[in-house]
Design a protein around this ligand. Structure first.
Ligand SMILES: [Zn+2]
Length: 204
């Protein structure tokens, strides 16, 4: 906790005075982010840092393995679906980027088994990505199986997003674009999913 408070003091002394007017404007006008990021909760993958974005620019939802479940408007506690609904239907974001990443512990648990201590929720959550695991095993092209599964999970999440009727409608209207990406922690490089189904390094 002390380290958190040390960081807060640095924020108040450094970033806050520089950005005070921006925060005040965002408080008065409300947020209007154009992009939504669906990313992993992994502490090494920070969308704000990777995209060099400031306050008010990105609407971010993070969960284990950057997954979205299929559309299921039941009475369960759908945190990620709630964030999608708010981002798409209320904030009217124009882009959603699903960002998987290298060395993802959630995907590793899917491939190798969930730690015994994480059976209450993680196990059922990452089962969302079971079709991605099957796809990655079916296409053994000699690449790293962990990477293949991480990338297949991004594609699966994009397909799951299209099961949300208000996402599919806005995509059909051209008002919303969906993107896939994979971030490599060691190199800091971002790969973007292309129309050909392959991930290619983003310029820069
Ligand atoms: Zn992860």
């Amino acid at each position: 906790m002390e380290r958190l408070l040390d960081g807060y003091r640095r924020f108040r002394a450094g970033a806050w005075p520089e950005r005070r007017r921006l925060f005040e404007a965002l408080a008065d006008a409300g947020q209007a982010p154009r992009a939504m990021i669906l990313s992993c909760a992994d502490s090494r993958v920070d969308p704000g840092m990777i995209f060099d974005a400031g306050p008010g620019e990105l609407f971010v939802v993070r969960n284990v393995a950057s997954l979205a479940p299929p559309y299921a408007p039941d009475n369960a506690y759908h945190g990620t679906s709630a964030a999608l609904e708010f981002g798409v239907r209320v904030l009217l974001v124009s882009d959603i980027l699903v960002m998987g990443h290298a060395l993802c512990g959630g995907i590793r648990a899917l491939r190798e088994g969930v730690p015994a201590e994480a059976g209450d929720f993680v196990a059922s959550w990452i089962r969302i990505a079971a079709p991605a695991l099957r796809a990655s095993l079916a296409c053994d092209d000699g690449t790293d199986p962990q990477l293949r599964c991480e990338q297949e999970a991004v594609k699966l999440t994009l397909r799951n997003l299209m099961t949300f009727p208000w996402i599919a409608e806005r995509v059909a209207e051209g008002a919303l674009r969906l993107h896939g990406a994979h971030f490599d922690i060691r190199s800091g490089a971002l790969r973007l999913l292309g129309d050909d189904g392959a991930f290619a390094q983003a310029p820069g």
